[in-house]
Design a protein around this ligand. Structure first.
Ligand code: ATP
Length: 264
């Protein structure tokens, strides 16, 4: 990991496409503009990051350990307060909104490590995901929707979340986020620690969800080929800066991605 020095806005990178202004897109659902995050007095985790996600788009966020991917998702969700920069969602500034208000606007995060309530059942974990839309009919509809997407969860509705396999737990974490009926879903490494068969099942469920509902997503994923296969575009983050961005096909063919993330 490189030294985290303060960077000029719209910092430099190995390719000409690495710049802040390119993230300003008309009609973007999510816009992150020149966001800087510092943890305490020391680590500058994000150094002027800008990116955009259009309605209905799946965008991949790629980067090595410590690049700032989780920090970026948490900042968008309202769990980390940036020291500067702006976040806009659905055309409005959300930087001053608390995390629950952002959920109400349609932003949902599936956090790294899943963060399930392990002593509660699958169904109870899902019900907790609806706290912003509490009516019973709505809850039943949403439950039906996520059980259709992940039939394994229906079979395990009364099982404690702590007894699920890694893959089932990830399905539950995604399903819980969907219970808030988001317009935008952020996923932090959904395939981490999961056996390949279930990784495929999860990515396939995300693809189905996207096809069926056009749900926009920002996907952090160590499995770079799988992430770029699902996404139409991607951003590469290195030590807190966007160093490369573009359509998935172009990223897969780029020297940086091939060397750093595909081992070629
Ligand atoms: P990984 O793939 O390993 O999860 P990441 O790309 O998600 O990495 P972050 O977790 O966002 O990276 O971390 C970015 C930087 O900020 C790292 O240098 C990390 O050590 C630092 N960092 C993250 N969280 C904190 C914290 N709570 N306090 C201090 N430093 C932190």
């Amino acid at each position: 990991m490189g030294a985290a020095e303060p960077a000029p806005r719209g910092g430099t990178g190995p390719t000409p496409s690495a710049s802040a202004p390119s993230a300003s897109r008309d009609g973007a659902l999510l816009e992150v503009r020149a966001v800087e995050v510092a943890y305490g007095a020391g680590v500058l985790a994000l150094q002027g990051v800008s990116l955009a996600v259009l309605p209905g788009e799946i965008v991949a966020l790629i980067g090595a350990n410590g690049a700032g991917k989780t920090t970026l998702l948490k900042t968008v969700a309202g769990l980390v307060v940036p020291r500067s920069g702006e976040i806009r969602f659905a055309g409005r500034a959300v930087s001053d909104l608390e995390a629950p208000e952002r959920v109400r606007l349609g932003l949902a995060l599936v956090p790294e490590g899943r963060r399930l309530f392990s002593r509660l059942t699958v169904a109870e974990n899902l019900t907790l995901g609806t706290f912003t839309h509490a009516e019973a009919t709505h809850r039943r509809e949403m439950l039906e929707r996520v059980y259709t997407l992940f039939p394994a969860l229906r079979e395990r509705a009364r099982q404690r979340a702590g007894t699920l396999s890694g893959g089932e737990g990830q399905m539950l974490a995604i399903a819980r986020a969907l219970m808030s009926r988001p317009r935008f879903l952020m996923l932090d490494e959904p395939s981490l620690g999961i056996m390949p068969r279930l990784v495929d099942a999860i990515l396939e469920a995300l693809a189905r969800l996207h096809r069926a509902e056009g749900l926009a997503m920002l996907l952090v994923e160590q499995n770079v080929p799988a992430a770029l296969d699902l996404a139409t575009r991607g951003y590469v983050l290195q030590t807190g800066r966007v160093v490369l961005e573009g359509p998935s096909r172009e990223l897969l063919g780029s020297e940086l991605v091939r060397k750093a993330y595909l081992g070629m």
